[in-house]
Design a binder for this molecule. Structure first.
Ligand code: HEC
Ligand code: HEC
Ligand code: HEC
Length: 461
């Protein structure tokens, strides 16, 4: 609500001046950034690869709908926006769009008729795509994607946010970078990683905070807020730099394994990040996954020697046994199970310890650790409560085919039991989360399951 009021105020103040400018200055498309060499043609598969790197499918596909035919609802603080049909259907999709019109959607956030797209489409990031990638992508959409007729709903936003011309003002504030990409890391592999993270991968769209104008704060590696953490669809996208980040805590080979398979020695990718792995990252080459991981380490000032492979073959070694005191204390208490043990700890022993263990460290690649886990300690408690209520699932990938499934406890535990349990895991083994109340749980129980993958038709609510 506070953000909403801030936006209103910001809009009102700038309103008058901007109105005049909007009326007087014509809309223009940014010309192509870097001319491809004479006679350049995309290689076979190049466009599809960029589509994967840009994760177009995750957003542009509705539950149960045809790939890329649009209609997925995207919730914003102001209302719901539906993704466009970007199959080449001439009436309801982008059939007949010219390359210039297509480029303008990606780099300027413009539709074919020159009206503005809502920034739920990550053109702030796609603006950094190279001209060759844009052309390969265009060719792929026009020639390889089957046209699907699907008319998508109009955005459900209150006045004045339903006025697309108003977005023009927003774009003057947010589209402040030149289009195209020039690496700044001084090394071709790191530059490639930087390109994928800043551009097509649009990691900042979730992992950077937002300004009061809802633009991304920190689009490029040299900006202080870059990847310092954000929120998306009720879930925290944790910081990817700084002392608390997994970029510091995970060895580089575990970072690459997480990106490529959604699981590693400590954690699993749920909700929005699960979708990113499922539809995008698992399709990238090992070289590109390693390039991104090296870049992420380098932008945080960490050593970044490449791992031998992006995903190690076979099962991983167990993580080193805990030597930290806080971890030891909880582990000892749970192992001895004294009668005075608090209710939350007892519930953990009865319901969770067989998989996540008394150590809270789980088992690599199968049961994620709850100790030091970003989702467990996050200020945003909905995902944790939602997982306890409804369970969770990480899809299988080529390199780790077995899906990971946890069942829910909605029928077995009461609101106050779940509150005790969640409060316990948020503070066990040195975790520094705040307690959760039964009221919180009640509210979350009444909502739709929070994490996107639970709506995937796998039988859970
Ligand atoms: C984070 C979600 C998200 C991702 C990822 C995404 N889009 Fe979009 N896109 C949207 C939304 C939402 C809209 C509609 C916005 C509106 O109505 O103003 C849209 C609109 C578009 C449009 C305009 C279509 C029209 O008819 O107006 C094009 C073209 C487009 N996207 C292409 C792509 C391509 C290509 C990719 C992958 C490289 C991609 N998008 C990735 C959310 C996304
Ligand atoms: C659509 C939003 C979205 C995008 C795009 C996205 N992420 Fe994430 N990411 C998340 C969320 C949400 C989480 C938390 C997942 C969880 O708790 O299971 C996350 C978790 C992570 C984690 C684990 C962090 C931790 O503390 O456990 C890493 C590493 C990561 N993302 C890297 C990336 C990279 C690299 C990119 C770009 C290629 C990216 N993400 C793009 C939303 C996103
Ligand atoms: C039968 C084994 C099993 C039991 C029992 C179990 N879990 Fe899980 N849990 C899993 C698996 C497998 C995953 C990975 C699936 C995923 O993350 O989507 C998981 C994931 C999680 C996650 C997400 C971690 C992350 O990195 O995103 C949390 C939190 C969690 N479990 C908490 C609990 C709690 C609390 C209990 C007790 C109420 C519990 N689990 C009981 C197997 C289990």
């Amino acid at each position: 609500m506070r953000i909403f009021l801030q936006i209103l105020l910001a809009l009102a103040v700038t309103g008058g001046l901007v109105m005049a400018a909007i009326i007087l200055i014509p809309v223009s498309r940014t010309p192509m950034s870097q001319l491809p060499p004479e006679g350049w043609e995309p290689e076979a598969g190049a466009g599809e690869y960029v589509m994967r790197a840009g994760d177009c499918i995750a957003c542009h596909t509705a539950d149960g709908g045809a790939d890329l035919a649009g209609g997925r609802p995207i919730e914003s603080p102001l209302g719901t926006i539906y993704t466009a049909n970007i199959t080449p259907d001439p009436e309801t999709g982008i059939g007949g769009w010219t390359l210039d019109q297509f480029r303008a959607a990606l780099v300027d956030g413009l539709r074919a008729d020159g009206s503005h797209l809502y920034p739920a489409m990550p053109y702030e990031n796609f603006r950094f795509m190279t001209e060759t990638d844009i052309r390969a992508l265009y060719r792929f959409f026009m020639e390889e994607v089957p046209p699907v007729r699907n008319a998508v709903k109009e955005p459900e936003l209150p006045f004045p946010f339903n006025q697309r011309w108003g977005l023009r003002a927003l774009n003057w504030l947010t589209l402040r970078h030149d289009s195209g990409f020039t690496g700044t890391m001084g090394d071709p592999v790191l530059d490639r990683g930087q390109y994928l993270v800043e551009g097509p991968g649009h990691c900042a769209a979730c992992h950077s905070p937002r300004t009061v104008y809802m633009g991304q704060d920190g689009l490029k590696a040299d900006e202080p807020a870059f990847l310092t953490g954000g929120y998306i669809e009720g879930q925290e996208a944790p910081p990817l730099r700084g002392p608390q980040s997994v970029i510091r805590k995970w060895p580089i080979g575990e970072l690459t394994a997480f990106l490529a398979t959604g699981r590693n020695f400590a954690s699993t990718a749920n909700g929005e990040m699960g979708l990113v792995v499922e539809h995008s990252l698992q399709y990238l080459s090992d070289e590109d996954i390693i390039a991104m991981a090296r870049f992420l380490k380098a932008q945080d000032g960490q050593p970044h020697d490449p791992p031998e492979t992006a995903v190690p073959e076979g099962p991983l070694a167990l993580p080193p046994a805990g030597t930290d005191q806080a971890g030891e204390a909880t582990t000892r208490m749970l192992s001895m199970a004294p009668p005075y043990m608090p209710l939350g700890a007892r519930l953990y022993l009865d319901n969770c310890a067989q998989c996540h263990f008394v150590t809270g460290r789980g088992s690599p690649d199968i049961f994620p650790a709850l100790q030091g886990n970003s989702l467990v300690v996050s200020e945003e408690v909905t995902p944790l409560i939602s997982i306890i209520l409804h369970g969770a699932k990480v899809e299988g990938t080529d390199k780790r085919p077995m899906p990971l499934v946890m069942q829910g406890y909605a029928d077995r535990l009461t609101d106050s039991e779940i509150a005790e349990l969640a409060s316990f895991v948020r503070q066990a083994w040195g975790n520094d989360g705040t307690p959760v109340s039964a009221e919180d749980v009640k509210e979350i129980r009444a909502q739709e399951p929070a994490l996107a993958q639970q709506k995937d038709g796998s039988g859970r609510p």
